[in-house]
Unconditional design. Sequence first.
Length: 252
Amino acid sequence: MASQARVEFRFYEELNDFLPASRRKRYFWSVISVNATVKHAIEALGVPHTEVDLVLVNGESVGFSQRLKGGDRVSVYPLFECFDISRLRRLRGKPLRRTRFVADAHLGALARYLRMLGFDTLFRNDYHDQELVSISLAERRILLTKDRALLMRKALLHALYVRAIRPREQLAELLARLDLYHSTKPFTRCLICNAPLQLIDKKAARSRLPPKLGVSHVRFFACDGCGRLYWEGSHFKRMQSFVQSLLSVAGT
């Protein structure tokens, strides 16, 4: 009995980033083990299952546990967090209703930018891989990483490979991929500890600041977590301009 079978694959959109150039944006044949599952076959080709949201085998939507046979044609699609494909079978549960993140050690600057836009984003540069996976599962957070091996952890359900190199480009990438433009709440979270910010009166803020600063600024915000104080100075105006430039892409 043959131990291997030939199956035809096609990967769409950003999933092609994980493939060699000769296999991108086209159908190609690959040899797999007989009765290999969809998940095993996809990851054997280098594509993390956490990046995949829909698989069609011979035109029919299937789950990761579907076993493949020789001659099957497999079409693999990326995350559809911002599109309605409810009539098709998804490979995970319902899309996340609260968009929350946990970022790996390489994405500290991105985590700060996400917090600036109001997204609940956990980050520590000493998280171990298993901690990241556990947090993602327990708190239903999207794991953000540049580690492809981490994305292939079997238990993971919601995770994204961050492709861009520069933090601002990484932020723009996430906004576009997950269509987050209308979910932002800028300047509502602490950039350092992620806790919510609360508006406090001027008198309470003045006691914690140099006198001149208290006179020239109108609104002050205190962090519920670490106690840091924020105010709308020149730095705030620069950040506000940056946020507006990001959101203008979607006409927000």
